[in-house]
Design a binder for this molecule. Sequence first.
Ligand code: ZN
Length: 249
Amino acid sequence: MEVSFTCQAAPGDRPNDDYAIVSERFVVVLDGATAPVGVESGCVHDVPWLVARLGTHLARLLEAAEPMPLVEVLRAGIVATMASHADTCDLTNRDSPSSTVAVLRRHGGMLDYAVLGDSAVMIGRNDGELILAHDDRTSFLSAYTVEAVSAARNTEDGFWIASNQPNAAEYAITGSIPESEATRAAVVTDGITRLVERYGRTWADLLDRLDKTGPAQLVADVRDEERATPPGTYRGKVHDDATAVFCRF
Ligand SMILES: [Zn+2]
């Protein structure tokens, strides 16, 4: 597996809440949620701390001598991350910091993937079909006030994300295909998926663009689109942190 990637903060001076760890055997991509102003999360840490803890715990678990199903890796990663700040922070707070997780793993001739939250995994197959794992539940909430999003987090009627509930792992989108059937794959955060969700590209376009021009150019495409869009056109941030990992098999 040949891998190239970029993980870039949004333009400006805010820290990068995305995080990526890549090896020859796996890809882990995280997108930490920035707490709304004035919300008491019960946590003394910032988002970069959280995604670095969760990412390195997941990498350690992915390297275990006895490979676990990815749902178990996610669950154990959430448990380990909670343990990393159980002594300093209130993990019963329902606004405890959170992160999306997208994992791609090579294992025993198979390519396994898991997506929790609104990051995405795409796999191009040698028959020309595209496998897409993308949970867009956060685009269909009944309301987007701070209170409504908080109440929807890690509930059946809302959306699922890595935070202070290990059972959220059970709601990840997962799948597996023989590696011999895959030609290329991408793992991206919602800073990249907005090319599809807002700017009219297709998932296949994203994979082709990554293949032809590389991850940094795909982020440059996002920034061009963001700058060309009138302020207020879309809910949420004008710019977002953006991570794109491209794999060729
Ligand atoms: Zn904390």
